[in-house]
Unconditional design. Structure first.
Length: 292
């Protein structure tokens, strides 16, 4: 919300989910690993998938939180056939409350809805184009059952998005989830954004800082390198996998826009920015039986 208010990118919907932060976020956070580069990097891959499938696909956003992607895609006329979000029931209940009480959020769902009446209760929402499901990602059989109840079509090309989600699961739990997805959809892509290079001193300090805030990264051992990130995907049934750190992502972004955002806030700690960016990555993998 803070990065949007400063002007890093446009998101007219985040204000309805998140109160304006009282404290300023550091420029290296706004610009880099957590926000600008991440939003644009992930968005680039999502739009490439939508382009290849001509939107005849479905997106499953895992651990979606207060994400606003559904509304932004609708504004750009890029909605997939169906867009699913999954998170813990408590988070889902909060999101549904915001949607029900704020017309700028509920109206686009109604506009894209066709057919029977829209289903909504405290822990799930189901319309013809958008569903929110309360589930625990550590139990994939429960997850599949709930998604199918909301209209998941395993024969449609499927994009799964996980941003800082898998790292909170044990290696076995994230492996089960990735294997379930690879085995369930004949044509699929997964995008994973999370930490990397966590074995060095900088990575260790990051882990210690998080632990002090009672934030346990249960799957951090798989974040030791770009190689370990790729291998995790290949070992669990994905055919092709790639991973790049966020410094590389930043170098790929349209340079005119990078110049624009670099003028928004003065960045004192160039070295800290680069170190942070080298400790986050975007990985993506595909399974493609119809040669998209």
């Amino acid at each position: 919300r803070f990065a949007v208010s400063v002007g890093y990118w446009k998101d007219p919907y985040i204000q309805y989910f998140v109160r304006q932060a009282k404290e300023r976020k550091a420029p290296e956070i706004n610009r880099g690993n957590c926000y600008y580069a991440r939003v644009h990097g992930v968005s680039y891959l999502i739009k490439a998938f939508l382009d290849k499938t001509e939107c005849n696909c479905q997106i499953v956003n895992l651990g979606a939180g207060m994400d606003t992607l559904f509304w932004r895609l609708k504004d750009e006329n890029l909605l997939p056939r169906k867009y699913f979000e999954v998170d813990f029931p408590m988070i889902v209940a909060r999101k549904i409350h915001h949607i029900k009480s704020k017309p700028p959020l509920s109206k686009p769902i109604m506009e894209s809805h066709s057919g029977d009446s829209l289903l909504i209760d405290s822990h799930s929402l189901d319309s013809s184009r958008y569903s929110i499901v309360g589930a625990d990602l550590r139990f994939s059989s429960d997850l599949e059952e709930k998604l199918k109840k909301h209209g998941l079509d395993v024969h449609l090309p499927t994009l799964l998005v996980a941003e800082c989600v898998l790292v909170y699961m044990t290696p076995q739990q994230s492996a089960d989830l990735l294997r379930w997805a690879a085995n369930t959809f004949p044509v699929a892509m997964v995008i994973n954004y999370e930490q990397v290079n966590m074995g060095d001193r900088f990575g260790q300090i990051m882990i210690e800082n998080l632990q002090r805030r009672h934030c346990n990264l249960a799957g951090v051992e798989l974040c030791s390198s770009l190689h370990s990130q790729r291998e995790r995907l290949l070992a669990n049934g994905w055919e092709d996998a790639r991973a790049i750190d966020m410094m590389k992502v930043y170098s790929f972004l349209p340079q005119a826009d990078v110049k624009r955002i670099e003028a928004l806030e003065f960045l004192d700690e160039k070295e800290l920015f680069e170190q942070l960016m080298q400790h986050y990555c975007i990985c993506w993998a595909s399974k493609d039986s119809s040669n998209l």
